[in-house]
Design a protein around this ligand. Sequence first.
Ligand SMILES: *[C@@H]1O[C@H](CO)[C@@H](O)[C@H](O)[C@H]1NC(C)=O
Ligand SMILES: *[C@@H]1O[C@H](CO)[C@@H](O)[C@H](O)[C@H]1NC(C)=O
Ligand SMILES: *[C@@H]1O[C@H](CO)[C@@H](O)[C@H](O)[C@H]1NC(C)=O
Ligand SMILES: *[C@@H]1O[C@H](CO)[C@@H](O)[C@H](O)[C@H]1NC(C)=O
Length: 578
Amino acid sequence: MSKPHTKRGRILQHCLLALGIVGLWKAYNASGPLELSPHANREVQVLADTFDWFKLLPSETLEWVRCYQEPFQCARLEVPLDYAKPRGQKAAVALLKYPSKYPVGHEKWRGPILFNPGGPGVSGVSFVRGLGANMSKIIGDEFDMLGFDPRGIGHTTPQLVVLDTQAEVMTWSLQYPPLINSTVDALAKLHGYWKIMGELADERQAHTAAHMSTAIVARDMLAITKAHGRDKLQYWGFSYGSVLGITYSAMFPDNVGRVIVDGVVDLENYYSGAWDNNLMDADKALAMVLDSCAASSTCPLHEATGKLISKRLDAILARLKTDPIPVRTSGSNYGMVDFSLARTLLFLGLTEPVGTYPLIFAALAEVEKGNGDLLFAVSGVKASSWQCECGGAEELATFPAVTLAAVACSDADVVREDLDQLKQHYANMARLSNFAEYWRIHVYCTGWKVRAVERFNGPFVGNTSFPMLFIGNTADPVTPLWAAKKMSKGFKGAVVLTQNSPGHCSLAATSLCSSKYIRAYFQNGTLPAPGTVCEDEDEIFTPDNVNGVTGERRTKALSAEDRELMDAARDLSSRFEI
Ligand SMILES: *[C@@H]1O[C@H](CO)[C@@H](O)[C@H](O)[C@H]1NC(C)=O
Ligand SMILES: *[C@@H]1O[C@H](CO)[C@@H](O)[C@H](O)[C@H]1NC(C)=O
Ligand SMILES: *[C@@H]1O[C@H](CO)[C@@H](O)[C@H](O)[C@H]1NC(C)=O
Ligand SMILES: *[C@@H]1O[C@H](CO)[C@@H](O)[C@H](O)[C@H]1NC(C)=O
């Protein structure tokens, strides 16, 4: 059963920016968050907002006011900029909640659940604005759904702004080299640009960047919990949010209430700055897509086997490499459908194959016939969409890759590599995955100079006051299941829930089974039995021969309660963007 193409608008935005092509992305127009790391490449982001956060005075207690539309409430929590200097400068953490049905203090109120949507660099405030209602349906309305912007990010102050104006952001993004293998000098250029960026960040924003580490944000999460009059964190973190959740649990094992880490990163690899084992399952994710296509005559690139489809894809891409297709749309929009654009779509689509691949393959089937219009539309490239509103006070230009680097590279050991070493790095990674050229974060760190004032780099172990729940998909293109298994070993009683689906994080697919375990964990503290595997309800392409019970038939047999949960899960996963 395939979902409707709800992802269309979003994949457009990803790819637009992934390629550094001119475009504007209004973060707060979109329902959801941005990224772990495929989307580190979403170079441009302009924050526009309808709520004036700066009228809200930061305070050490939570002073909630109404914000945006009903029922949201916002607050700014004052915390030390550096926890080692409690009487020194302050930071103010922006908070947004989708409140529980029960007021704070009511006997049925179960406190806040904090979310981190990844990146690093993604706003938790906009995440809960987009998904709070749906999260509440899954988890239960006894809890507040609480989004917070991590240090330097979104509405938390001080804000990281390395490139000062939108014009500088656009200039940077136009010069920015595409995929590592797209030209002979692309890697050298990327290396060079990040040398410059590392220097700019150091000269312009060293003070802010030095206070954005995961360890500091972990302390903020404890401060937020305590400001609610509680001792133990309740948390669900996606992707980079697993780095945050695991770091927190290792730092404060006695303050763990419920912690779910979903789409788990290998923290040793993260804190070393290597970023070289994330793509372990990326090719497997593509293989699952190809198998689904082979099993369905409705797949636009259908062949008898996945191998044959792979061959056909290779031929389409090889042709694009030498013969890009110029496209003009009816308006004044135009551009080029080329190899990098098509490859980028293939990779980004793997983060949520169910919603994206039917469209991507339909577009590639058109490309095969020499028509690039659909692929161009899918990619969302717009030649003429950017207008410089230079000097507009409301809009803050940010460059997500810099925000990501300010967290991930300031967290990491120093990475000093010359071009030859970098080439070796990518040659090694290419043996792990076909998509190595897409994975550029390590390069960012080669030029980064700022180090965080507080860094935590292990050991990642703890006898936590409540067992943690780790979730991994069988074919997650950027956070392999292996890492969830590895990291869970350090934490007493921790369980890994495996979701048998491709895509990044459990919400990349709809799974009633996973939703039930997540709900039971938060509500009752019940963990799945070790080794539990949840199936999802989705098919990427509807199979011709259905053996056994399909998602659709399962749905028909559901109780009213399960059906409601399933609807909420489906809605949540269709809106979830990471
Ligand atoms: C780049 O292309 C070369 C030559 O085709 C290949 O050997 C190498 O593995 C590629 N590197 C990456 C990171 O994909
Ligand atoms: C957890 O508890 C066990 C047994 O009490 C102890 O041996 C171990 O060192 C503890 N681990 C940590 C990280 O505190
Ligand atoms: C929690 O436990 C109660 C009592 O055992 C049970 O009725 C309820 O269904 C459980 N809730 C979830 C979400 O598992
Ligand atoms: C999910 O959230 C949206 C927007 O907040 C809402 O319109 C929709 O009804 C929610 N879906 C479910 C199943 O609650």
